[in-house]
Ligand binder design. Structure first.
Ligand SMILES: Cc1ncc(COP(=O)(O)O)c(C=O)c1O
Length: 387
């Protein structure tokens, strides 16, 4: 098969003409900061999440941080999460002064193993933060059951899960708090950005103060024609409000996200069919026995022989295919070892998957013939290795 003419990265954000036009209109409008478009984006998101409140931030990371503050997480508390995730998940817990308490990974779903959560709870545990890894919904029912029994809050790190469905309910339409990412690699983007979906008005008020200098009135309410320019500072808030430029992108992406996800799932199914032939070399994220719809955010493959993983990544790159080892379990990183005393061997299943995983290109706009090329290169790597 002929080499592709361009590098195929893990993800490429889509930008259609309508979005480009809307961004140009914002630039011409004289109002770039948080304003009417961000208000509209939040309303559209709220409709998508069946009436729950959606608040936009400049990233999911600051959204997670605001959510932790809003539920009162502080130094000395413990928050249960997974080690097999991106740094942001546990960094925000550590930054709040709390201890991230990791629970090992389910080797089938690559998500946190709900069966390990109860044993990890102590008198200091205040919250559980599961991650819907790659877009496969975590088994939420047992997690919410433990939270109910032990009076804990749940913040779902739903950075990968926009549009995913758990037991016929869209992630974000039920439960406690969900945080989504609109980073350009994600299923829908606003350039950078994220949103927090929640129900408590008191907690939303705290998040809104955290998001904008602790000021009790929005910038649009103060600067617009009929606005009132006076304000009070009631909290030492920082700044993580989404701009109208970002919201202009987000509004259009939201209208298309279901179609984007369909396409991602179609491509993921093509990978699955092709890799059924490589069962001796690879294993894939499993299919849980509960009802779900995957968001199709990432397509992770795991090499049965961990010793070949780095060569695999290099081989793909040499052949113009981007693949990323998402993720190295967090407990293996210096900060988590030195600060919390975690060490190799603590979470063997997370380590097993982390040492073998590579995520392949998956995005709308990846052409079938390009994906066939990725599949070909993956197969060629194992053929050469066997020789
Ligand atoms: C699991 C997970 N949580 C949180 C984040 C943070 O998202 P953001 O880049 O929007 O801050 C990411 C980003 O990749 C992620 O993968």
């Amino acid at each position: 098969m002929q080499k592709v003419s361009k590098f195929l990265p893990v993800s490429v954000p889509g930008a259609d003409e309508e979005t480009i036009e809307e961004v140009v209109n914002v630039l011409k409008s004289g109002w770039l900061a948080t304003g009417p478009l961000t208000r509209r984006f939040e309303e559209d998101l709220s409709k998508y999440f069946e009436g729950r409140t959606a608040m936009c931030f400049t990233s999911a990371t600051v959204g997670l941080q605001a959510a932790l503050s809003a539920i009162g997480i502080k130094a000395g508390d413990e928050v249960i999460t997974t080690s097999f995730t991106f740094a942001a998940t546990a960094n925000v817990i550590a930054a709040s002064g709390a201890r991230p308490v990791f629970v090992d990974t389910d080797e089938n779903t690559f998500n946190i193993d709900p069966n390990g959560i109860a044993a990890a709870c102590t008198s200091k545990t205040k919250a559980i933060m599961p991650v819907h890894y790659a877009g496969l919904p975590v088994d939420l029912d047992p997690i919410y059951e433990i939270a109910k029994q032990k009076n804990l809050r749940v913040i779902e790190d739903a950075a990968h899960a926009f549009g995913a469905v758990y037991k016929n309910r869209k992630i974000g339409t039920f439960g406690d708090i969900q945080v989504f990412s609109f980073h350009p690699i994600k299923n829908m983007t606003s350039g950078e950005g994220g949103c927090v979906v929640s129900d408590s008005e008191a907690e939303q008020k705290t998040m809104s103060l955290l998001r904008f200098h602790g000021i009790d009135r929005s910038i649009w309410d103060r600067f617009s024609k009929n606005g009132n320019s006076s304000y009070d500072v009631v909290y030492p808030g920082l700044k993580s409000n989404m701009s109208d430029i970002q919201s202009a992108i987000g509004i259009h992406q939201l209208q298309k996200v279901e179609a984007f996800n369909e396409e991602r799932r179609r491509l993921a199914a093509r990978y699955r069919r092709a890799f059924a032939e490589l069962e001796e070399d690879l294993f894939l994220q499993g299919i849980p026995d509960y009802d779900f719809v995957h968001s199709g955010h990432l397509f992770p493959v795991c090499l049965r022989d961990a010793s070949g993983r780095d060569d695999f990544l290099d081989y793909l790159k040499e052949n113009s295919v981007g693949a990323v080892p998402y993720y190295t379990p967090l407990h293996l990183f210096t900060y988590y070892r030195e600060t919390f005393g975690y060490k190799k061997g603590d979470f063997p299943k997370a380590e097993y998957i982390g040492a073998r995983v590579a995520c392949l290109p998956l995005y709308c706009g990846l052409k079938d013939e390009e994906q066939d090329y990725v599949i070909h290169i993956v197969g060629q790597f194992f053929d050469k290795r066997r020789r």
